[in-house]
Design a protein around this ligand. Sequence first.
Ligand SMILES: Nc1ncnc2c1ncn2[C@@H]1O[C@H](COP(=O)(O)OP(=O)(O)O)[C@@H](O)[C@H]1O
Ligand SMILES: [Mg+2]
Length: 375
Amino acid sequence: MKVVLQHLTKKFPSRNRKVNDEVIAVNDFDFEIPDGKLIGLLGPSGCGKSTCLNLISGLLTPTSGRILFGDDDVTDLPPENRGVGLVFQNYALYPHLTVRQNIQFPLQNLKGADRPSREEMDRRALEAAKLVQIEGLMDRKPGEMSGGQQQRVAIARAVVKMPRVLLLDEPLSNLDARLRLQTREEIRRIQRETGITTVFVTHDQEEAMSISDMIVVMKDGVVHQIDQPQNVYDDPVDLFVAKFLGTPPINVFEGAVRGGRLYIGDEDVLDVPGADDRAVWVGIRPEGFVLKPDGRFTCGLDRVEVMGRDISVVCHHPAATADQIRAIISAENRAGATGQAVRFDLKPRKVHLFDRESEARVPFDGPRAPMDEVK
Ligand SMILES: Nc1ncnc2c1ncn2[C@@H]1O[C@H](COP(=O)(O)OP(=O)(O)O)[C@@H](O)[C@H]1O
Ligand SMILES: [Mg+2]
């Protein structure tokens, strides 16, 4: 079931008559979530992710705009008639009910002819429990289970009615690091097996990258970029997106383009044919540095951290916006990272330029395929 958002907007009016603190939590969202895909809604806390999800679920009413499931306009339907499954960060299970009863709860609520028989409810609850691999725990109560197990029950409850759309709001945030990894793989598997169109909300870029077919990157209620995870990483549309994705984060410098060359400080560090003269922010991914004794870009060396396969060269530069620059270099190529200064050449594909004012990406002609990179 594809989900279409048409100019969807949600404003929360100002509560105080003296100061206008109206919030546009979701500002003119206009995109389509393809049938059967898992979409990651990604952005910092307070950017409107939950509001967007609650609009799709029907828990909130939009200020303007429409929501369609397939060809079906659901904008005015109450949540229970939309056919959505919801999973929240805090599980929201009924503590006095068993796992079986919790999973069956949405079926118990069905009315008339839609309400399945007892046997059918048992069968479907078991099927959903098997999907999340908790079928051995059907008679337990939530208090007798770990956080990871409780979240599995919540997922089973959300899918037991075979919803048209599955909506997950930071479902892994309460789990410890290992369970978080494991559960996100589970969610991916369940989504693939069931083919239910899924919206997964997270503020964790790594989580969004690893689980999503497509990522919607947003900030302050505005969508910045929608694309496949790798494309968002490789081709960020603006400085915000470039900085939000990637660990360690992208290194940012003040720079300028003059005559087709990129300057950081007074060094011309890279040829950028096709870019107009202007002041820019220069973003260099940690993997975009190549150690070279006669490299074009000179930084002050702080230290080298060994990480096994790679080394991390920690350095500094007066034009950098942060105190530390981090370059990730293959351990075989560490020669040259000694002394006071360290010199690099840059891989053009890993260097992104952004207008100093608008922070929009400034394209330049150059090798964009991995094979063309500086070796
Ligand atoms: N019921 C509400 N009333 C007023 N403002 C709200 C309400 N819900 C959310 N907001 C505001 O809308 C913005 C987006 O919130 P939210 O969707 O919860 O963000 P996220 O889930 O990305 O952290 C925030 O500025 C938040 O304070
Ligand atoms: Mg939220």
